[in-house]
Write a protein that binds this ligand. Structure first.
Ligand code: TRP
Length: 406
């Protein structure tokens, strides 16, 4: 595949690999996006540095998704994360920013990952977090009716809250309701973005509506603390550092922001941490998507235990055609859905390594690995659902109302 083709495979609105059954080549993604790759040999050093800067010991990090994602290469690249750490070291103001475009009323299990990561970053560095809910984006990019959108958005916000954030330090806002407060910042950004730059970055054409063009500035605005005059608690909002953990498909928004407005606006460039995509059940080259009509590719947060087990049983596998062949060659772990789900969700490093060794050498069966993956996913979902059922309208209010964070 030529480089220009790869670019079209990953955009904020669609992600496909050249082939459903081969995994993404993330080294090539890094080369294409020109981000900074986190190589396996550099992971430990980065983890040590995080520990020093955050003054949180390894033990306090036991269950940390930040550590887990770094170790397993799920966070695979970054932009200026070192600058964020330097700022943290000097106790300069910083905050986290992530977001979510509301989709189908139930989110899927892949959606939890960036939020778990944010929650872990928030715990590690003890800093505020803002979460942008882009109901406007869905309106502009998908043919969706307003009533349905409103319901979906409310349900999605509850799902997000159930991922576990510090209530005093987290602000969740819907663009259609919060826009006014950010508008001054949005205007400044709009003046920096040329039509050409936005079109080229996202591949828009002359027939796309103007709303899509201007949305780029709306997603960029929370990179700057000036968008939160009544929310972010900094004495000087002009230069607070923003760290954005996101899947790599969202990166183009922030490259545009870093390249076009930080200079003219004299603001610090946002730092980024990039995560890989959770593969769909049909194979490593298909990202899980809840707008997928075919629900056999996704695990929804509402799927019960039996459904998860059944879906995992029929998932794409890297096992071989016959038991004999599996015993001879071992499983292809790279493309095996069940093994990959364990890589994302099984925090116990020792068990994970054992399964890798045994399955990779054909000593255990595909069925056994699939069942273990279903168990692990079910326990993640169980914990999630317990937290989700405790989210009330009052809780939503406390996260979404405008107030100064700590
Ligand atoms: N565009 C994202 C989506 O469709 C939502 C989003 C807004 C976002 N701001 C963000 C995601 C910042 C990551 C980081 O889901």
């Amino acid at each position: 595949m030529r480089r220009s083709q790869l670019h079209r495979c990953i955009t904020p609105w669609s992600v496909t690999s050249e082939n459903q059954t081969t995994s993404f080549d993330y080294s090539r993604v890094v080369a294409q996006f020109k981000s900074q790759q986190i190589l396996q040999q550099d992971r430990q050093e980065l983890l040590d540095r995080i520990e020093t800067v955050s003054k949180k010991s390894d033990q306090q990090h036991q269950q940390s998704f930040l550590k887990h994602f770094l170790r397993r290469g799920i966070i695979f690249s970054h932009r200026d994360f070192g600058d964020f750490l330097n700022d943290q070291e000097k106790s300069r103001p910083a905050y986290l920013y992530t977001g979510r475009g509301p989709s189908a009323s139930s989110m899927h299990i892949g959606h939890l990952l960036p939020f778990y990561l944010c929650s872990s970053l928030q715990q590690t560095f003890d800093i505020p977090l803002v979460i942008q809910v882009t109901d406007d984006e869905k309106f502009l990019f998908r043919d969706i009716n307003l009533d349905k959108l409103d319901k979906m958005t409310t349900e999605n916000i509850k799902d997000i809250i159930a991922c576990g954030f510090d209530q005093d330090k987290t602000f969740i806002f819907r663009n259609t309701q919060y826009f006014g407060e950010m508008y001054m910042t949005i205007l400044q950004i709009q003046r920096c973005f040329s039509t050409n730059a936005v079109q080229k970055t996202f591949g828009f054409s002359g027939t796309d509506c103007v709303g899509k063009l201007s949305f780029a500035a709306t997603q960029a605005a929370p990179c700057f603390a000036s968008s939160f005059p009544k929310v972010l608690p900094f004495a000087d909002r002009s230069n607070a550092r923003c760290l954005i953990p996101c899947a790599i498909d969202q990166d183009p928004f922030f490259v545009l922001t870093r390249n076009n407005c930080c200079g003219p606006l004299k603001k610090s460039k946002p730092s980024l941490l990039h995560t890989t995509f959770l593969p769909g059940l049909k194979g490593p080259g298909v990202k899980m998507s809840s707008s997928d009509k075919d629900l056999s590719n996704v695990i929804l947060l509402t799927d019960d235990e039996a459904a998860v087990k059944k879906k995992m049983r029929s998932a794409f596998s890297g096992g071989r055609a016959t038991l004999k062949e599996l015993q001879e060659k071992g499983a292809d772990l790279e493309v095996d859905t069940a093994y990959q789900y364990l890589r994302y969700f099984l925090l116990d490093q020792q068990e994970f390594e054992e399964i890798g060794k045994e399955y990779g050498s054909g000593k255990i069966s595909t069925g056994a690995v699939k069942d273990r993956a279903a168990e692990v996913v079910n326990s993640v979902l169980k914990t999630f659902r317990e937290k989700r059922s405790a989210v009330t309208d009052e809780t939503v209010k406390s996260f979404c109302e405008k107030r100064m964070l700590k």
